[in-house]
Design a protein around this ligand. Structure first.
Ligand SMILES: [Zn+2]
Length: 379
């Protein structure tokens, strides 16, 4: 997508009665339906074996054609309401393509075991579930009422979301395997037995405590070490906060976070059930704390990281710089004297003028590794 089209798609108001909401629904449903149909056509290449075992093909087929129907009707509505018929027609075209693709080999070919695959189904499912949960939540309980759904930077953030979900196998390859190779010799099977035999709830709390301590220091280092800051600044470059802004994380930071966060799990040997429960919980929580919601949780705000707590971390106001590093437990910020949560709410987000992160996914990918121009000394 060119920068021109990205700029055109961003910062668009979705007002009622102009056929824009119906066009948005038609195009979104059409795109997701096309991707789902591709998953049916190439299941071995595009879907995750772990998810394939729990799918009900008939249910997915019904949902897919229902989605195509909704997208088609929304496209027609847009054509009649929106003077720019191109968007509505694009939605109709995409839904027609999805119907044609899906009506063929919808049953799919028998599954084969493959070593390399893309998590396209994981991307579609998580995007659909998160959008259905967070878009209505942010509309009903918005902290910034004027903020648009299609705010500035949403296309870039969607690309990050796609990249991290489609490349889930690659990320695991670059994090879990090197950690196992490096630290395998120091793993103590007796310690693993002791830790994994504890009740699940206790293991879950222990993972939170341990991993949060590690992530606090990684995060703080990313703010303090100039080279690491250039990587992490990409995450801080969003000027508006919402659920999708949580996806804006440079691939180098994704790898570093997952590698370092995996080390305590590897050494202590928590059970897979406790580890998966933690990963699902913390992934959802990480999205929630970026959301544009006004919940302040008066009795919990110093016990767990809330949107208020994390929004202060993203604020570019002087009082908020280098504060609130904890991912889940603010107690670490209190202990290490970096906590900041005054009675008022932050009003400005992004990086300070000394850090100029470019717009766009590719430019941001290159940004941390680009040579900085040396400032000329004053005569
Ligand atoms: Zn940060």
């Amino acid at each position: 997508m060119t920068n021109l089209l990205r700029k055109h798609l961003e910062d668009q108001p979705l007002n009622y009665g102009h056929g824009k909401i119906s066009a948005f629904i038609a195009i979104s449903f059409g795109l997701l339906a096309c991707l789902t149909a591709f998953c049916f056509l190439f299941p071995n290449l595009l879907t995750m074996p772990e998810l394939r075992s729990v799918y009900n093909p008939l249910l997915i087929k019904v949902l897919l054609f229902s989605g195509i129907g909704v997208g088609f009707i929304a496209g027609l509505c847009s054509v009649f309401r929106n003077p720019n018929r191109l968007w509505g027609l694009s939605g109709i075209f995409l839904n027609t393509c999805a119907a044609l693709l899906a009506s063929g080999q919808i049953e799919g070919s028998p599954y084969e075991a493959r070593n390399v695959y893309a998590g396209l189904d994981y991307f579609i499912l998580t995007l659909l579930v998160l959008a259905l949960v967070f878009i209505p939540m942010e509309r009903m309980f918005a902290k910034y009422q004027q903020q648009k759904i299609l705010r500035k930077g949403w296309v870039t953030d969607l690309k990050y979301f796609m990249f991290s979900h489609l490349g889930i196998q690659l990320l695991a390859f670059f994090t879990i395997i090197p950690a196992q190779v490096l630290f395998n010799q120091w793993i103590n099977p007796r310690l693993h037995q002791l830790v994994s035999s504890q009740p699940l709830a206790l293991q879950f709390l222990e993972i939170l405590l341990v991993v949060d301590f590690f992530s606090y220091w990684i995060h703080r280092s990313m703010h303090k070490v100039p080279r690491l800051w250039r990587i992490h600044a990409v995450h801080h470059s969003s000027l508006q906060m919402d659920w999708l802004a949580s996806s804006r994380v440079h691939v180098a930071e994704l790898i570093l976070n997952r590698f370092v966060g995996y080390i305590p799990l590897l050494f202590l040997g928590f059970s897979p059930a406790a580890t998966y429960a933690y990963l699902i919980f913390i992934s959802f929580h990480a999205i929630f704390i970026h959301a544009n919601v006004r919940f302040r949780f008066p009795y919990l705000r110093w016990m767990i990281a809330t949107p208020e707590f994390h929004h202060w971390h993203h604020s570019s106001e002087d009082e908020a710089l280098d504060k609130n590093f904890a991912a889940f437990l603010p107690i670490y910020d209190v202990i290490f004297k970096t906590a900041h949560m005054p009675a008022h709410l932050p009003q400005r987000y992004g990086t300070t003028p000394s850090t100029k992160v470019p717009e766009g996914f590719v430019d941001q990918l290159i940004y941390p590794f680009k040579k900085r121009k040396k400032k000329k000394a004053a005569p």
